[in-house]
Design a protein around this ligand. Structure first.
Ligand SMILES: *[C@@H]1O[C@H](CO)[C@@H](O)[C@H](O)[C@H]1NC(C)=O
Length: 173
């Protein structure tokens, strides 16, 4: 984690198609490619700290203990007072979504991560399982209308205060 970050918990392993980095601002000067990425602003807490959860490989309609992990994420999220959640991909098993009207979106996301502490922005990238289905559906703003937490962009940067953290999301597919 970057300097100034207070805490982070990692409930699940990262998807190997998503590459994630939290970099100190100093690093930014050396990453010209990042200049072309969409940038989102996420203000840190008043005290200048940031807490987040990172999860990957999760969408199982509650099975494979997804619901139990979600429950624990809710508890930890409450304790840490998290600011947002990062998903490193493989959001919907086995084969992504069939389209923006796929009920797996609600069954694996909206209806699972119901804890109050998890009602924060989720910044997501796609994994290889997501590409087996309609990848564009997950990138579509239509899903954000159904559940405003779901912020899935192909590659982007989340800027969490100039001196706290920048999170780079690179989709290498
Ligand atoms: C769910 O978690 C329990 C307890 O850790 C474990 O015994 C069980 O095998 C898990 N089930 C699945 C389907 O992974």
């Amino acid at each position: 984690m970057a300097q100034g970050s207070r805490s982070a918990a990692v409930p699940a392993a990262a998807s190997f198609f998503a590459l994630l980095a939290v970099a100190a601002p100093l690093l930014l000067c050396c990453a010209p490619a990042a200049a072309e990425l969409a940038r989102l602003e996420h203000p840190p807490k008043d005290g200048g700290s940031l807490s987040l959860l990172v999860v990957g490989d999760w969408g199982r309609k509650g099975t494979f203990n997804q619901s139990r992990v979600a429950h624990q994420m809710g508890r930890v999220g409450e304790q840490l007072s998290i600011d947002f959640v990062i998903s490193t991909g493989d959001n919907f098993y086995e084969n992504g979504l069939t389209g923006t009207d796929d009920e797996a979106f609600e069954q694996s996301f909206t209806d699972i991560y119901t804890a109050k502490s998890l009602q924060k922005p989720w910044y997501l990238v796609l994994g290889n399982h997501d590409y087996r289905g309609d990848a564009l559906a997950q990138l579509s703003p239509v899903l954000r209308k159904i559940d405003s937490r779901f912020i899935c962009i192909k590659s982007f940067v989340v800027n969490a205060g100039s001196k706290i953290a920048r999170v780079f999301f690179f989709d290498l597919d």
